[in-house]
Ligand binder design. Structure first.
Ligand SMILES: *[C@@H]1O[C@H](CO)[C@@H](O)[C@H](O)[C@H]1NC(C)=O
Ligand SMILES: *[C@@H]1O[C@H](CO)[C@@H](O)[C@H](O)[C@H]1NC(C)=O
Ligand SMILES: *[C@@H]1O[C@H](CO)[C@@H](O)[C@H](O)[C@H]1NC(C)=O
Ligand SMILES: *[C@@H]1O[C@H](CO)[C@@H](O)[C@H](O)[C@H]1NC(C)=O
Ligand SMILES: *[C@@H]1O[C@H](CO)[C@@H](O)[C@H](O)[C@H]1NC(C)=O
Ligand SMILES: *[C@@H]1O[C@H](CO)[C@@H](O)[C@H](O)[C@H]1NC(C)=O
Ligand SMILES: *[C@@H]1O[C@H](CO)[C@@H](O)[C@H](O)[C@H]1NC(C)=O
Ligand SMILES: [Ca+2]
Ligand SMILES: [Ca+2]
Length: 601
């Protein structure tokens, strides 16, 4: 879950068309942007499995359809778990699989302890889990705590005033002004449709919904609600999951005194638009961190009770500023997702990633703000944002994957990005995302998340091998005949083979815990060195711009004079095994390479 998109879905390829380094320099001077001081950053030696994990996000309705109804399902996922093993990933993260009226793609849950029938049954889930364990994969579920579907039994009973559900949600009688009843304050819901309060005649009160009117906010000040959330986690741990990715951490708790929120002053928003207000009483509240801490304690208590030596993890999602995000580390999140390659510093606008300097700044800002000993992580795409190939351009796919897999810490991949899948164009009639459907034919595109949610492209057969049905829930991208996994496995060089090679390199001690030194070198080359005493260093170079760039590795300490190519971007013309002297490396436009030092010979 993500706050609604702002007016434009900026950050797409046109933003990156800057192909003249002079223009870049000029732009930098004008905007006053500068490179954060480069320093060599120490990386703590990992002691637990998750600290170097590769996390693979599966969007269940579009991964693999096992029964030909055109919709992905659990048995389909199970049948394709070998793909994760082949790729080299270690952890599977499933986006919501729970029963839901599907008002918001399953993020509106009507039962937290069952499976959406279209996806399968609890038995199918157990089989998926058992198969995953056999293959050595860990499994993480999405957990969506802040609200329930308005069809959830708790809400139905709460509306009717049946105990103990009466106070499971945030109810308020509102205020009467000149004989007319009004909501208690000016809070707006995030779907740009006005008030966050909805009147229920049966209960003679308003309920709070920070998102759609069908997503009812739970009352986290009620200890019973907290207990319910713990019981839900226990239910899935008992079945064998390894942890949770908790959705939208900034939203569970609001200020209980319900004060009006101030105007944001942002231009271009009408009174009913979410960004018309500054959400100081409904987002990023300190109480959310305390709830996270309770969940952490619950998870650790569970582990202590079953005493099986397993390590259970909590990853958290929060689009917020860097200090708010970093704080989740201190309150029990193993890894708060790093979205700064996706969203800007406030977590609202698209990230600015125009230049090599932007890239290096995002890396160093994260590393330098992390608490001591914490584990970094990198995210370039997900179900809420444009695909990497579309956002960064197809010329940069391999370079982005080198960043993702060879920077220290956890790498998070969204299914399909490993083969360079692109956003799919959908007509207004084909569009299903409620965030887009609530707009109109003339402006739905920037709001729609369907383009990044179309079926996985397995091969060149019917529906890209996703389904035996030629009609699928979301349409298959027409480029599947050439862009698919089978083809990428068959040819000698492909994005997929490079991903496999990069993931393989993660078991090298240098990548596991070598130091990190990230800098811009040459005209516009994103460069980072990973070094560890007693091991050959690894250097990654990504020419960010559309010009040939010549660079030298002398800025890095202790790099040997000669380097060889371990992995090279498929369009670069550079061959694996090629050698370079460190003082002069010429990189074609957009080329990306992974180099390793050669000291003997
Ligand atoms: C990194 O570790 C080295 C060796 O332990 C130490 O000398 C150096 O001060 C550390 N650097 C930072 C930035 O902590
Ligand atoms: C209440 O109604 C009176 C008379 O119509 C009007 O002058 C006043 O502004 C109203 N107050 C509010 C708070 O709307
Ligand atoms: C609350 O619901 C909205 C809408 O689904 C979501 O975006 C937000 O992140 C949710 N918060 C939590 C904590 O689940
Ligand atoms: C964890 O267990 C301890 C000791 O049994 C207990 O005091 C504490 O309340 C538990 N915490 C949670 C979040 O359940
Ligand atoms: C980050 O967000 C928090 C919570 O909204 C706010 O209190 C803090 O001032 C912000 N920090 C910065 C540096 O903008
Ligand atoms: C379809 O894929 C197979 C295997 O990947 C390949 O051998 C065949 O040539 C492809 N056919 C077409 C029409 O692209
Ligand atoms: C890169 O530059 C070449 C030659 O100037 C041009 O043909 C090509 O379209 C450019 N590519 C991009 C992605 O801007
Ligand atoms: Ca199906
Ligand atoms: Ca809430």
């Amino acid at each position: 879950m993500i706050p609604p998109k702002k007016i434009s879905k900026a950050g797409r390829i046109e933003q990156y068309a800057m192909n003249n380094s002079r223009a870049v320099l000029l732009l930098l001077l004008v905007s006053g942007k500068a490179l954060i001081d480069a320093t060599v950053i120490n990386v703590t030696e990992p002691t637990e499995w998750w600290q170097t994990a590769t996390l693979y996000q599966i969007w269940p309705s579009s991964f693999k359809d096992s029964d030909g109804d055109g919709i992905g399902d659990l048995n389909g996922i199970t049948s394709k778990l070998n793909h994760l093993v082949d790729m080299g990933v270690e952890v599977l993260w499933l986006s919501p699989i729970y029963p839901s009226p599907m008002v918001d793609s399953g993020y509106d849950i009507s039962n937290f302890v069952d499976i959406y029938p279209t996806f399968g049954t609890l038995q199918d889930f157990d089989y998926l889990l058992a198969t995953a364990k056999k293959l050595g994969l860990k499994v993480i579920l999405d957990y969506v705590p802040n609200h329930t579907s308005d069809e959830h039994e708790w809400f139905i009973k709460s509306k009717a005033g049946i105990e103990p559900y009466t106070d499971y949600f945030v109810w308020n009688k509102g205020i009467v002004v000149n004989g007319t009843r009004k909501p208690p304050n000016n809070w707006l819901c995030a779907f740009n449709s006005g008030s966050a309060w909805e009147w229920v005649e049966e209960r003679e009160a308003y309920y709070l919904h920070q998102f759609s009117v069908h997503q009812v906010d739970l009352n986290f000040l009620n200890p019973r609600v907290i207990q319910e959330t713990k019981d839900i986690m226990t239910f899935w741990f008992d079945r064998g999951v390894d942890g949770f990715r908790i959705d939208s951490m900034p939203y569970p708790v609001e200020d209980p005194s319900l004060p009006d929120e101030p105007l944001s002053g942002l231009p271009g928003y009408s009174e009913t638009d979410y960004y018309y207000l500054d959400h100081i009483y409904t987002k990023d509240r300190i109480e959310n961190y305390h709830i996270l801490q309770t969940w952490r304690e619950h998870v650790d208590n569970y582990t202590a009770t079953v005493n099986d030596g397993a390590i259970r993890i909590i990853f958290t999602e929060a689009y917020a500023n860097i200090s708010s995000v970093m704080k989740y580390y201190n309150f029990g999140s193993n890894v708060p997702f790093n979205f700064f390659f996706i969203k800007d510093k406030n977590g609202i606008e698209s990230a600015t990633v125009n230049t090599a300097i932007d890239v290096v700044n995002i890396i160093n800002t994260w590393m330098e703000n992390m608490p001591d000993g914490a584990t970094a992580n990198w995210v370039f795409g997900n179900h809420d944002n444009s695909r990497v190939a579309t956002k960064y351009g197809s010329d940069r796919i391999d370079g982005i994957n080198f960043l993702l897999y060879l920077l220290p810490g956890v790498a998070v991949t969204y299914n399909g990005d490993e083969i360079g899948m692109t956003d799919t164009y959908l007509t207004w009639e084909e569009t299903q995302d409620p965030q887009a459907c609530s707009t109109d034919e003339t402006r739905y595109q920037p709001y729609s998340r369907d383009p990044e949610r179309t079926p996985y492209q397995w091969d060149n057969t019917t529906s890209a091998g996703f389904s035996t049905n030629s009609i699928t829930k979301l349409p298959v991208n027409q480029n599947y005949l050439t862009l698919n996994l089978a083809t990428e496995k068959e040819v000698d060089v492909s994005h997929y083979k490079n991903v496999q090679a990069a993931i393989k390199l993660r078991s090298n001690e240098v990548i596991r815990h070598g130091t990190l030194d990230a800098q811009v070198i040459g005209e516009s080359v994103v460069a980072f060195a990973r070094e560890l005493d007693g091991h050959e260093p690894v250097v990654v170079l990504i020419n960010w711009d559309n010009i040939t760039s010549t660079c030298s590795l002398e800025v890095f300490e202790n790099i040997p004079d000669n380097m060889k190519v371990l992995i090279s971007d498929i369009n670069s013309g550079i061959t694996v095994g090629d050698r370079y002297t460190k003082t002069r490396i010429e990189l074609p436009a957009y080329a990306a390479v992974v180099l390793q030092g050669i000291t003997d010979e």
